[in-house]
Design a protein around this ligand. Structure first.
Ligand SMILES: *[C@@H]1O[C@H](CO)[C@@H](O)[C@H](O)[C@H]1NC(C)=O
Ligand SMILES: *[C@@H]1O[C@H](CO)[C@@H](O)[C@H](O)[C@H]1NC(C)=O
Ligand SMILES: *[C@@H]1O[C@H](CO)[C@@H](O)[C@H](O)[C@H]1NC(C)=O
Length: 790
């Protein structure tokens, strides 16, 4: 399919995507970000403002270089619009020198970030024709502009057709910038009234990797990830969407009538995409300037704790400037679960999204025979291209190991570990290594001549089953319970397979109405929040397992270089990257319905209406250990858009609240004034970090003295009286004062206190969970409570 849509030249150059014109670069210099806070110019800088800002960056750098010329050369980005700072190629000592300048907030290495549907919207309870559904009420998000910072976009996807769309909203300031090459032979301009802008940012990428072929200087998506996520947030309704004949249904995004803009910052080097922080920051600065309402960001921040904390993280800095301009930034929690403390993007002004399952499975049945013993199991599969009644010999990867490979490498079917003489024509059984991606194992099996592959989860993946676009027929099975073989530690026991076993794989099929769902995905990153322990992260969970959405026609199904299967309008992908655009889509609906709500109010509405129960009305489980999940996995719970549009009360926040929070976190007055657009900000002396008006309550360091925290709710519903209710939290006395609040009009605010005291018998060092509910009989406004005695 590829050659029919691309001219020869583009095909060739894309094929050599991995070859650069320049070699590796700049000796020992590295890309540093010098962060200076906010600009003193206003929200709509003039071109003179921009010049002055850039000039000040040159000046600052010239102070440590011999000349302004050298300074100019070193700077790859001057962030001159909303974020104040620059990215420059510097020696380590030069970076250290600049950090001494009193106007500099932080200097840090530009980090390299990894990129971390049909059914999912029905599962969230949103229906096209439901009168009270979030879609109807939120007018399908028609007034929202959603930005996607990712691998770009495949603009010709039906998900981004502008049929039936009116003029571009006047708030859009990114007019007519569409940095996408047209397809050869196509007359269609890639951007339209739906996809209203597209830009790419590659200076940091090129500084490290050498220049890309200029033909690749485009926001076109060659990977598929950005197209997938953007269509999940705001793709049109597209009927008959499926991949490998499973998942057939109507694909759509959360805000199907919203406008979208793509900012490409992630570039493909090998089998995965790389996104450089300096490029991400440039994209955020531009998106703020373009006038978007919601920014969705797939690339992860860092969870490395540094003394400077949140101001050495590009996502956190970018999101701060976005929120200061009334833009909500939604980002993924990361795919490093189930390890505690693995959650990223943890600043309180970021909306951080975990991943969980939906009630649809792509599944295949395995019949394993050994002598007279027949055993049937099911697993996840996107396709099986084998005759259903044919039995194949089954071989354990470790029994097919090449002599130069280690036992463990062979077990994980790593490259060059399987002996073709042993594997040829058989189905090979491997242990899954990747948390969200294991297509490489399939490649090894295929290269060795296997007909199919069974992938068994190890401990870390628990019961999260992924239907991935493998290069051969593959079924993913859960971790085995019970004994593991000695020496295999966390690896599953695969003892059901012995010499002479045969196996049949049934064709993959789609099952709906699976119970229980949602289940927290094992890979979804977990709290506690290592940088700001008093802010619960992640904030909520949304569908991120086996998600079908639009894809790049150029990308291979598996994203492997060796995979020649291209031309898929849709594909199934995994990860918190897939869950965060669901929330970006819901935010688009709320923005359309409530144009004057702040980003914090929209976030609060989605958080306080989330559920902690699954579709069997039991507490949401964790796929990792099959037991009850906690707020460290799902935050406030699973999003419920139909309730989020009418939350009753919201916990609102303004820039001043965040600044007071920073004061209480120990940041100095000068930094905080810098962030306040260079206007002096006087910290409120009595403010504690736990007082931030967040929709969840977290007290990680309680002594025996009682602690009082304060929250303020704003009425966004009819006049009503709300009563507080707290679930019993073992080992703690928790009271709410007052426990009844009456509201007469919209916008009215009421403050209350929550008083928490640990009992002297309470165990130290362990977290306990509970819930605060305000209810007026119609609305339930919920906040998770997380407490720990230190
Ligand atoms: C998907 O469903 C539609 C309508 O239900 C049907 O017309 C179409 O053939 C199906 N496609 C596949 C690939 O099953
Ligand atoms: C949204 O953000 C997630 C995670 O941060 C990312 O993986 C995804 O690609 C983004 N999608 C959109 C529509 O911005
Ligand atoms: C083992 O040797 C084979 C054949 O020479 C080679 O293809 C393979 O890559 C080697 N494997 C490892 C793990 O070194």
């Amino acid at each position: 399919m590829g050659s029919s849509i691309f001219g020869h030249k583009l095909i060739l150059s894309s094929f050599f995507l991995f070859i650069f014109l320049l070699g590796a670069v700049h000796g020992s210099k590295k890309c540093y970000i010098v962060y200076l806070g906010a600009h003193s110019h206003g929200p709509s800088p003039t071109s003179l403002d921009l010049q002055i800002a850039t000039h000040s960056h040159h000046n600052l750098l010239a102070s440590i270089f011999s000349s302004e010329e050298k300074a100019k050369e070193a700077i790859i980005y001057s962030y001159n619009r909303h974020i104040n700072g620059f990215a420059a190629l510097l020696e380590e000592e030069e970076a250290a020198d600049i950090a001494k300048n009193p106007n500099v907030v932080s200097v840090f290495l530009s980090k390299q970030h990894k990129l971390h549907t049909t059914r999912s919207w029905e599962f969230l309870g949103v229906h096209k024709n439901g009168k009270n559904s979030a879609w109807q009420k939120g007018r399908f998000g028609e007034n929202a502009i959603i930005a996607n910072i990712d691998t770009g976009v495949w603009p010709e996807s039906e998900s981004f057709s502008d049929e039936g769309f009116g003029p571009v909203p006047s708030k859009w300031r990114g007019a007519n910038v569409c940095q996408i090459n047209k397809l050869p032979g196509s007359r269609k301009i890639p951007c339209n009234r739906k996809l209203i802008g597209a830009r790419f940012f590659n200076k940091a990428f090129e500084a490290y990797n050498g220049q890309l072929d200029p033909l690749l200087h485009t926001a076109r998506d060659f990977v598929g990830h950005g197209t997938h996520t953007l269509s999940t947030a705001a793709g049109n309704f597209v009927e008959g969407a499926s991949v490998f004949a499973v998942g057939n249904g109507t694909a759509k995004g959360g805000s199907p009538r919203a406008r979208v803009a793509a900012y490409k910052v992630c570039w493909s080097l090998t089998d995965s995409a790389n996104c450089y922080g300096a490029d991400v920051l440039a994209a955020i600065d531009q998106a703020i300037d373009d006038g978007v309402d919601i920014i969705n960001l797939s690339a992860g921040g860092s969870h490395v704790v540094t003394p400077e904390g949140i101001f050495t993280d590009e996502v956190s800095i970018g999101a701060f400037h976005a929120i200061a301009r009334n833009i909500l930034l939604v980002a993924s929690a990361g795919n490093d679960g189930p390890t505690p403390g693995s959650v990223v993007n943890v600043a309180p002004w970021v909306f951080t999204i975990a991943a969980s399952t939906i009630d649809r499975d792509f599944t295949s049945t395995l019949t394993i025979a050994n002598g007279n013993n027949n055993q049937q199991t099911t697993g996840a599969s996107l396709f099986v291209n084998l005759p259903p009644n044919q039995a194949f010999s089954l071989i354990l990867a470790t029994d097919a190991k090449l002599s130069n490979a280690t036992f463990r490498d062979a077990q994980l079917c790593r490259r060059g570990t399987l002996d073709p003489r042993k594997v040829h024509g058989k189905i090979v059984s491997c242990v899954r290594e990747g948390k969200i991606k294991s297509v490489g194992e399939g490649q090894e099996a295929l290269s060795a001549g296997a007909k199919g592959m069974i992938l068994d989860n190890q401990q870390q993946s628990g019961n999260t089953l992924l239907a991935e676009p493998h290069v051969l027929s593959t079924v993913n099975r859960p971790k085995k319970h019970g004994k593991t073989k000695p020496g295999l530690s966390d690896l599953t026991a695969t003892d059901s397979i012995s010499l002479g076993s045969t196996i049949k794989m049934s064709p993959a099929r789609t099952l709906f109405g699976r119970e229980p769902a949602p289940i927290m995905a094992s890979f979804s990153s977990r709290g506690p929040n290592k940088i700001q322990p008093s802010i619960l992260k992640p904030d909520v969970t949304a569908p991120g397992v086996n998600i079908l959405a639009a894809y790049s026609l150029f990308a291979s199904a598996s994203n492997l270089i060796t995979d020649t299967r291209r031309g898929f309008p849709f594909n199934v992908l995994q990860g918190t990257s897939m869950s965060s655009p669901h929330v970006a889509g819901i935010a688009g609906l709320l923005k359309t319905l409530h144009p004057n709500w702040s980003p914090a109010a929209i976030k609060s509405a989605i958080m306080t209406t989330a559920t902690t129960r699954d579709n069997t009305n039991k507490p949401i489980k964790d796929a990792f250990d099959k037991i009850r999940a906690t707020p460290f996995a799902y935050g406030s719970g699973h999003v419920q858009p139909d309730l989020a549009i009418d939350p009753g009360l919201v916990y609102d926040l303004s820039l001043a609240d965040y600044l007071n929070f920073l004061c209480a976190s120990g940041y100095d007055q000068q930094l905080i004034s810098t962030l306040n657009f260079n206007r002096i900000f006087i910290c409120s002396g009595s403010y504690k970090v736990t007082d931030l008006n967040y929709p969840s309550i977290t007290l990680p360091n309680l002594g025996l003295k009682s602690v009082t925290i304060s929250r303020t709710v704003t009425n966004v519903g009819p006049s009503s009286t709300y009563i507080a209710n707290i679930t019993h939290v073992v080992g703690y006395n928790i009271t709410v004062v007052p426990n009844s609040l009456s509201f007469k009009k919209i916008g009215e605010k009421k403050t209350f206190q929550v008083i928490v005291q640990a009992r002297s018998v309470t165990k130290r060092g362990t977290y306990q969970f509970g819930e605060l509910r305000w209810t007026d009989g119609k609305h339930i406004v919920k906040s998770p409570i997380t407490v720990r005695r230190k």
